[in-house]
Ligand binder design. Structure first.
Ligand code: NAP
Length: 466
């Protein structure tokens, strides 16, 4: 069986890869397990040197690495290079902070001494998507490796050049053999990998459909799982918002990475009194987006990675239009070679339409009018997803109050959502569970071990207070 990388801008096959056979899979898992036994005994200082070396390698090979994602999944080249820089940042961040995040914590009890240690779990399987072919992997792998785990990657089947490059990055940066392995296998192999006794835990970044499979398989095997799934983030614009800033940011929030970001703003919920003005400003800026060859530096919208994904997006748009959505901009695939879709804005969107109640993973924005602030929050929460959200108003105190009522893993006030190694990242509802990045991310794949040292210095339970 083979898998192919296809250039979505030209529809030409770049390379065909044989999927790994049993022997190759077994060898990788054996090596990852063996490497764990020695890697777990290294000090934070030693691991830190390795991760800083990885960061340096990433910066030195930025152009070459970025080109793989542009060729395989159509990311505009300047965004692809920015992604490599961000991976380097995550490596440096965890190299510098992991020891502090995972230091033993003393807790006073009736023991002579009691404390908590954060110990690695073992081999963690990472099942990853194509949309940020490097960032998704590094934001998980940097903390997982710094915690003392080893990693086996099953990447999306359309980005094998990037998948193999990532394995090379760790090898050529001098990390010990077996610490990081790429397996070229289809999604259908994942359940078996999760069940394998050499695998301790699993992390998935992908669609909610894949989340259901991985969640079930990890539940069946009783293994820890983190699920980073889809989103349909609300971008709420209240009556007192700075409309120019909101509209400018809205374009980036929706169309960056050709609209293929889990945390892209997808539903623009605008209070009626400013809806017309916002729509005009948003559409005027979005109309300027340059669609084209992703290898050219001024391209802002590249092709979608696969014909089936573009067809799925177009079906969501056409069904919504049939139900009464108004096309403000675009609304159809670009004719000719490549899987391009025109930047699209639909207005007069209602809650029963696919562009509202399913995830649109491409350059399509939906504008929904809200009667008032209360209605805006109600609309925002009327989603099966809960990844992040954006809230625009000049009344920050009001925004803080409203933020507490938004059912999402993040609320970015007067900005767009962006992942940051210093802040936790993750969702609620069908956006998954668990967190990546920050202290929260590095504590997902550890054994929180309680150590109690006797003798007891008094009764376990404190005397009742009156
Ligand atoms: P996907 O189709 O779910 O694929 C993601 C990964 O899961 C791929 O490696 C895929 O392998 C594998 N996979 C697919 N179905 C599976 C199954 N039933 N069992 C086990 N593994 C399975 O998603 P995608 O199209 O690559 O990425 C887009 C989705 O990812 C969107 O929903 C997006 O919102 C989400 N995402 C979420 C985050 C986040 O942090 N929350 C970040 C980025 C993307 P194959 O390629 O071999 O099928």
């Amino acid at each position: 069986m083979s898998i192919q990388s296809i250039n979505p801008a030209t529809e030409e096959v770049i390379q065909t890869f044989e999927v790994y056979d049993e022997k190759q899979i077994n060898q990788a898992l054996d090596q990852a397990r063996a490497a764990f036994q020695s890697w777990r005994t290294t000090t934070f200082a030693e691991r830190s040197v390795h991760l800083h070396n990885v960061a340096t390698y990433l910066r030195q090979h930025k152009e070459e690495l970025a080109r793989f994602s542009t060729l395989e999944m159509g990311k505009p080249i300047s965004e692809a290079e920015g992604e490599i820089d961000k991976c380097a940042w995550a490596c440096d961040f965890y190299a510098d902070n992991a020891e502090r995040f995972l230091a033993d914590e003393q807790i006073a009890t009736n023991a002579t001494q009691s404390y908590v240690s954060y110990l690695p779990l073992g081999v963690v399987l990472a099942v990853m998507p194509w949309n940020y072919p490097y960032w998704q992997i590094f934001r998980f792998a940097a903390p997982a490796l710094m915690a003392g785990n080893t990693v086996v990657l099953k990447h999306a089947s359309n980005v094998s050049l990037a998948a193999l490059a990532i394995e090379r990055i760790f090898k050529e940066s001098g990390l010990p053999e077996g610490i990081f392995h790429t397996l070229l296998v289809p999604g259908s192999s994942v359940e078996r990998l999760i069940a394998d006794p050499r695998v301790a835990a699993v992390t998935l970044t992908g669609s909610d459909a894949a989340g259901v499979s991985v969640g079930a398989a990890s539940g069946h095997a009783l293994k820890k799982a983190v699920l980073e799934l889809g989103g349909s983030d609300a971008f709420i614009v209240l009556a007192d918002a700075d409309l120019d800033a909101a509209a400018q940011t809205a374009v980036r929030a929706r169309f960056q990475n050709t609209g293929q970001s889990c945390i892209a703003a997808k539903r623009f919920i605008v209070v009626e009194s400013v809806a017309e003005a916002f729509e005009q400003k948003f559409a005027a800026t979005a109309a300027q987006l340059r669609v084209g060859n992703p290898l050219e530096r001024d391209t802002q919208i590249g092709p979608m990675p696969r014909a089936d994904l573009r067809a799925e997006l177009d079906a969501q748009v056409q069904a919504s239009v049939k139900m009464g959505a108004r096309v403000v901009l675009g609304g159809k695939p670009v004719e000719g070679k490549g899987f391009f879709y025109t930047p699209t804005i639909l207005s007069d969107v209602t809650e029963d339409m696919p562009v509202f109640n399913t995830e649109t993973f491409g350059p399509v924005a939906a504008i929904i009018r809200a009667k008032d602030d209360e209605h805006a929050i109600e609309l925002a929460n009327n989603s099966q997803f809960g990844l992040s959200s954006n809230l625009w108003t000049q009344n920050i105190e009001h925004a803080r109050q409203l933020a507490r009522r938004i059912e999402a893993g993040g609320v970015f006030i007067n900005s767009m959502t962006a992942s940051d190694p210093r802040l936790p990242f993750g969702g609620v509802k069908r956006s998954g569970y668990g967190r990546e990045l920050s202290l929260f991310g590095i504590r997902e794949f550890v054994n929180v071990q309680t150590v109690w040292v006797g003798p007891a210095t008094g009764p376990q339970m404190p005397a009742p207070t009156k």
